[in-house]
Write a protein that binds this ligand. Structure first.
Ligand code: AHR
Length: 515
């Protein structure tokens, strides 16, 4: 046979089996570390909604399920491993109907209420202030209390602060002691209302600004506890809300919140969490990336009134919002969590890191069994760690590390609604021990990506890493197959002089440690 033909045949075969490949470059500026990434960017949110609290975090001491003082043991241990820095509670919309005094004292005597926001479920108040603050202590995280401005009173909120933080012989400290807790808790973050433009009272910003001033006045600092007061902020594109609050509240608040959900609505529903096309996936990434512009514009308004950046932006609700799973209770917002959600998490965290000169906290919605949760549970004792959980775990190396800027050059993909999506997302930081962590997301659904990272000026001797990937973007963990998606050791990074070459599989998320 003619040699040329054989060669040609071989070449054709090789071409046919070579995976298509994207290429990208990154310049990592290790000498330009600017600000610290506050660990609170990795905050969580727990609302009395569906099975987030009851069944998720709390089963009570008399439950058949293994528990530590009433908290589900498996969930508690998984959260401990996640290094949760801050936990927001009790809502959400629930917070503006919550009367904290119903949730203290002997559990069997606590009054019940209807959870009007979330499915009309009967709330028995068995998880209240003591249960929440004890959980935070056990997890080693800061509590973030969301106060009731919509339907509560100034006195009620003032007494709640006293109950939690007063050490002296005050009436509320005495009540706390009667309930078995001698020492005051340390409570730093207090939210003065939630979504006051919506479920928190349907207010106009001017009216809310005055209410904030009034409520916040009586949230006192007791016995060395210093409150960080957070005003209820805007929903995604409502820049006027931020402007009015900055003008009329200003330095009376230490933080101003913002909510942004990655939510679809182009075909009448939000779409199924685990049944979607590649087009839907790219649209989702485009929508989630829009948070960058939203943060930038809110920050620009804050800069006008507070150039020294004394007031923090607190993105205290974010994440994906899909249709509720079939067969679950309407209004309980229970959704599955796939590799697509993992990419929303990694991409969003990459964006957050860029704004940490102003953005001081973010709380993904929500911690267990609600929206883009870390953990799913069932009443039989099953527990699933979601792909989003694993992203948070792989990213917790960035908590309190110094943010390192980087320039990315990669392919852009046009997606539905005129959006464009870069096929590579990345972030880097340097921890206190001098280790550099680089997180990379190959957004490309079908092609691997070869990334060349310029490390000039850095002395790197070794590289190690972890990867999160799966055959399909719709892949997720179930009670039957809890380990379908989980991180693995990554061997695709190679060092050569001052260049790091990383070969990422399609649709993969990698965190590398350089030292
Ligand atoms: O996280 C679910 C709900 O979304 C919260 O209760 C509310 O604040 C927001 O609208």
């Amino acid at each position: 046979m003619n040699n040329k033909l054989i060669l040609c045949g071989l070449l054709l075969t090789a071409t046919a089996y070579l995976p298509a490949q994207q290429r990208a470059t990154i310049n990592l500026h290790a000498d330009q570390g600017i600000h610290v990434i506050p660990k609170e960017i990795y905050g969580q949110f727990a609302e009395h909604l569906g099975t987030c609290i009851y069944g998720g975090l709390w089963v009570g001491e008399s439950s058949q399920l293994p528990n530590i003082k009433g908290y589900r043991t498996d969930v508690f241990n998984a959260l401990k491993a996640l290094k949760v820095p801050v936990l927001r509670w009790p809502g959400g919309c629930f917070a503006d109907e919550y009367h904290w005094m119903d949730g203290i004292g002997p559990r069997h005597q606590r009054p019940k209420m209807v959870n009007t926001n979330w499915g009309g479920t009967i709330e028995d108040n068995s998880f209240g202030t003591n249960e929440f603050l004890d959980l935070c202590e056990m997890l080693g995280c800061e509590p973030y209390i969301s106060g009731n401005v919509g339907s509560g009173s100034v006195e009620e909120l003032a007494k709640w602060v006293e109950y939690m933080t007063s050490e002296g012989d005050s009436p509320m400290a005495r009540l706390r002691r009667q309930n078995g807790r001698d020492k005051a808790w340390k409570v730093k973050y207090i939210g003065v209302g939630n979504e006051s433009w919506g479920c928190g009272g349907n207010m106009r910003p001017e009216y809310y600004a005055d209410l904030y001033r009034r409520y916040a006045t009586y949230c006192r600092n007791y016995d060395g506890n210093r409150l960080f007061k957070v005003a209820s902020g805007a929903s995604d594109y409502d820049y006027n809300w931020t402007k009015v609050l900055m003008q009329q509240v200003g330095s009376r608040m230490q933080g101003l919140s913002l909510h942004y959900y990655t939510v679809a609505g182009w075909h009448g529903s939000k779409g199924a969490a685990t049944r979607f096309s590649t087009k839907d996936y790219y649209w989702t990434i485009g929508k989630c990336r829009e948070i960058e512009e939203v943060i930038r514009r809110h920050c620009a308004i804050m800069d006008q009134y507070d150039p020294k950046k004394r007031i923090a932006l607190m993105l205290d609700e974010w994440g994906t919002w899909w249709d509720e799973e079939e067969g679950t209770v309407r209004g309980h917002l229970y959704q599955q969590n796939s590799m697509r959600d993992a990419f929303v998490a990694s991409t969003t965290l990459d964006i957050f890191h860029k704004f940490t000169d102003r953005l001081k906290m973010a709380n993904i919605a929500q911690i267990v069994n609600v929206l883009q949760s870390m953990i799913l549970t069932n009443p039989q004792g099953g527990m699933v760690l979601t792909p989003t959980y694993y992203v948070f775990k792989m990213y917790n190396v960035h908590q309190d590390a110094t943010y390192l800027p980087l320039d990315i050059s990669c392919t852009q993909m046009p997606v539905r609604d005129g959006r464009t999506v870069p096929l590579l997302s990345a972030t880097a930081s340097k921890d206190q021990a001098g280790k550099i962590h680089l997180s990379l997301s190959n957004i490309d659904a079908t092609e691997e990506q070869l990334i060349s990272v310029n490390l000039s000026g850095m002395r790197v001797k070794s590289v190690s890493g972890e990867v999160l990937t799966s055959a399909n973007l719709t892949d997720h963990n179930t009670f039957e197959q809890p380990d379908a998606v989980k991180p693995a050791v990554f061997n695709g990074a190679k060092l050569a002089k001052e260049t790091l070459t990383v070969k990422m599989p399609p649709a993969s998320i990698v965190t590398l440690c350089l030292q």
